[in-house]
Each structure stands twice: as structure tokens, then as C-alpha cells.
Design a protein around this ligand. Structure first.
Ligand code: OFO
Length: 173
């Protein structure tokens, strides 16, 4: 396959695996903060990032390309609050969105329409990813320091994580 596109897809695999690692670190942080619902939600989100990486991994091989895995940096492990962690997650998603957009542009510039078409799924997925993280941020802002509010939201996040599990599996197929 086109070498520039292949290199960019390999970089995207690394970024998705980096997101997996970051979100797993966030899940561990939430566990340590006794917020099991947030932890389950973030763990589920981490699993989705692994799925995103593997979809590209499979695509490169289907095109007779070469996947070359590279080092993943150590993730941050502490955040000031649930809100701080979710804001960091949103910032991360925005970087992923920018990277996907750049990848689409590169694919088009290189005349690689198959890759551009494949990436459309990621373009749509990023809209959803940013939306769901932002929704949690808005709720956390509203709650502020109100402990019972955080308790209720934690339960809601746990329920969302359970419900999204099935959808995530469908996405992966
Ligand atoms: Fe892979 O979408 Fe989030 O980062």
C-alpha cells in the first residue's frame, strides 16, 4: 500500500493504543477514588480504543501492508478530580479527531480512496466520542462539590458502561 499512508496508519495505531493506556490509567484512578461507575465507564472506553487500534491493524493487513508497532509512553496516573480527568479525556479525544482528519486528508491527497473510505467510520466515531465525554463534563460541572450528586452520577456512569458494552461489541464486528 501507499507508504506515506501506511506510516500514518501505523502512527494512528500507536495513538489509539496510547488512548487505551491513558484511559486504563484513568480507570485505575477512578478505582482509587472509590468511583466504581466512572472506573467501569473508563475501562469500557479503554477497551473501545483497543478495538479502534485493531480495526486499523486488520485493515493494513488486508491491504497487504505492514504493521510496525512502536513504544507507547507511560500515561499520567493522577488527576485533581473526576472533572479534571474527564477534561483531560476530552482534550485527548480532540487530538485524536485532529489526527484522524489529517489522515483522511493525506489519504485523499495520495489518491488512496479505500483508506479514506475506511476512515469515515472513525470520523463519525469521533463525533460520538467527544459528545459522550463532554456530556459527563457538563454534569460534573453542574454537580460541583455536591457529594450526593457525584454518587448518583457515578451510578449512572456505571449503568452506561454496562449498556455500551453491547453496542461496542457490535461496532467491533
Ligand atoms: Fe479512538 O477514539 Fe477515542 O481516542
Amino acid at each position: 500500500m501507499n507508504e506515506k499512508v501506511q506510516a500514518a496508519l501505523n502512527a494512528q495505531i500507536n495513538m489509539e493504543l496510547g488512548a487505551f493506556y491513558t484511559y486504563l490509567a484513568m480507570a485505575a484512578y477512578f478505582e482509587s477514588e472509590a468511583l466504581p461507575g466512572f472506573a467501569a465507564w473508563m475501562h469500557h472506553h479503554a477497551d473501545e480504543e483497543m478495538m479502534h487500534a485493531m480495526k486499523i491493524y486488520d485493515f493494513v493487513h488486508r491491504r497487504r501492508g505492514r504493521v510496525l508497532l512502536t513504544a507507547i509512553g507511560a500515561p499520567k496516573t493522577e488527576w485533581a478530580s473526576a472533572l479534571d480527568a474527564m477534561q483531560a479525556a476530552l482534550g485527548h479525544e480532540q487530538k485524536v479527531t485532529a489526527s484522524i482528519n489529517a489522515l483522511v486528508e493525506l489519504s485523499r491527497a495520495e489518491g488512496d480512496h479505500a483508506t479514506a473510505s475506511f476512515l469515515q467510520w472513525y470520523v463519525d466515531e469521533q463525533v460520538e466520542e467527544e459528545e459522550i465525554v463532554d456530556a459527563a463534563i457538563q454534569k460534573l460541572r453542574r454537580i460541583g462539590d455536591f457529594g450526593p450528586g457525584l454518587y448518583m452520577l457515578d451510578k449512572e456512569m456505571g449503568e452506561q458502561a454496562g449498556g455500551e458494552g453491547e453496542a461496542g461489541e457490535e461496532d467491533a464486528s
